[in-house]
Design a protein around this ligand. Structure first.
Ligand code: DI6
Ligand code: FE
Length: 407
């Protein structure tokens, strides 16, 4: 809906726009563009020459020819956790094996132990610097998963901490319950009993408290099987929550098709995705979220089948997967560079992957992800001469100004 454009609060002019809106122009490019906002929403985004008359903005900002993109969206993170795994990383460099590291208290369960021992305040305090790093790069929406609690009290605390971050910074946070991430030690190897707990107690409680916007799982030989994940998805469906899945990261288990069967918002990682999986995702509109930080950090050698995704027109998003074990990455710009260098995504695919397609992966495309009337006025204003600079630089941040809900 275009809304009424007779007045506006703020007007950005003399800008080049990458609207990412559908159409023939690459990036939805508009060279001499303007954006008007009222009550935090975009009321106009287009050529300056076509600005509706009589807008009478309270404030006009001359962008000096800078580029404006939609605010960036990191659609897959595990940003809230305690401790870190730097010592484990060092041990791996010194030649330690996975088993030795696990024996020395490392691995995912060491993060579970640290997170269980942390208060909600501790979790908020340790997550804030990571969140601020994303914000400094123009991120205006972030998804945050639980999954380092693996019991009701800690999963609840992780999600509550994630919700609190949204009160402390100008950013939208969507939360995802990831109880089916790993088997907690007290389950003593009984996966079926733990999945029972997740389905019968955790998902209903988390959903009733409004703590999660979606449910995720880790489908992998070292985590949970497709049958176990199907039970989790049934429980999510019963609780009225959409699903997404860590799928085909280390091996192919056919779980991208499972995700598609449950109309998953996204299937993530996908290094080992096969053709039937890509076809199923295309049919269900499930977004492929590529996570080059994890691919890089664990020194994976099989890249996700990008050509297959293109052939089947599966939407492609890019995210950091910010987590202490396999992707200690809190730069979405670097994730874009890695998606290009390691996976050969085009610049436009990278930029769409952290805006429009990331919004789609969160089920938020009607609210954010492109510069179009009716959406939240979330902008990233960049000191660049060409969109390719957003992907090309390594360890350099060309952000000039970030706007969240019109300010
Ligand atoms: N996939 C991963 O690579 C991480 N979780 C997941 O589902 C690993 C998380 C960790 O090691 O802490
Ligand atoms: Fe992940």
């Amino acid at each position: 809906m275009g809304g009424e454009t007779a007045t506006c609060d703020r007007l950005w002019t003399n800008a080049r726009l990458a609207t990412l809106a559908a159409g023939d122009r690459p990036y939805g490019r508009i060279d001499n563009g303007a954006i008007a906002a009222r009550n935090g929403r975009i009321v106009y985004a287009g050529p300056r020459a076509d600005l509706p008359a009589g807008l009478s903005p309270r404030e006009t900002i001359d962008c000096g020819g800078r580029w404006i993109t939609p605010g960036l969206i990191d659609c897959h993170t595990h940003l809230v956790y305690a401790g870190n795994r730097a010592r484990e990383f060092e041990m791996r460099l010194e030649g330690a094996t996975y088993a030795e590291i696990a024996h020395a208290g490392g691995g995912i369960l060491s993060t579970v132990a640290a997170t269980r021992a942390a208060s909600e305040d501790d979790l908020v305090r340790s997550a804030l610097p990571r969140l601020d790093a994303l914000i400094a790069e123009g991120v205006t929406t972030v998804e945050i998963k639980s999954g380092y609690g693996l019991d009701l009290a800690t999963e609840r605390r992780q999600l509550a901490a994630a919700r609190r971050l949204a009160q402390m910074r100008p950013i939208d946070v969507t939360t995802t319950f990831l109880g089916a991430h790993a088997l907690p030690p007290e389950a003593e190897g009984d996966k079926a009993a733990y999945i029972d707990l997740v389905c019968r107690e955790l998902i209903p409680a988390i959903a009733a408290e409004g703590l999660a916007d979606a449910v995720d799982g880790f489908c992998e030989t070292i985590a949970f099987s497709a049958n176990e994940i199907a039970r989790v998805f049934e429980a999510a469906r019963a609780a009225g929550l959409p699903v997404k899945l860590h799928a085909e990261q280390l091996s192919n288990s056919g779980c991208a098709s499972l995700a598609a069967r449950y109309q998953a918002l996204s299937a993530d990682h996908l290094e080992y995705l096969d053709e039937p999986g890509a076809a199923a995702m295309a049919d269900s509109g499930t977004v492929a979220v590529l996570l080059p930080g994890a691919y890089y950090f664990i020194r994976e050698t099989q890249a996700p089948p990008v050509d297959l995704l293109r052939r089947y027109k599966v939407p492609i998003a890019v995210a950091t997967d910010c987590n202490p074990g396999t992707s200690p990455l809190s730069s979405l710009l670097l994730a874009m560079n890695m998606a290009a260098t390691l996976f050969r995504l085009t610049v436009e695919e990278c930029l769409a992957g952290v805006t429009r397609e990331a919004a789609r992966a969160l089920g938020q495309l009607s609210e954010v992800g492109t510069l179009e009337p009716g959406k939240w006025c979330n902008l990233a204003i960049w000191d660049i001469g060409d969109p390719a600079e957003l992907v090309y630089h390594i360890g350099f941040n060309p952000l000039c100004t970030r706007v969240w809900r019109g300010r």
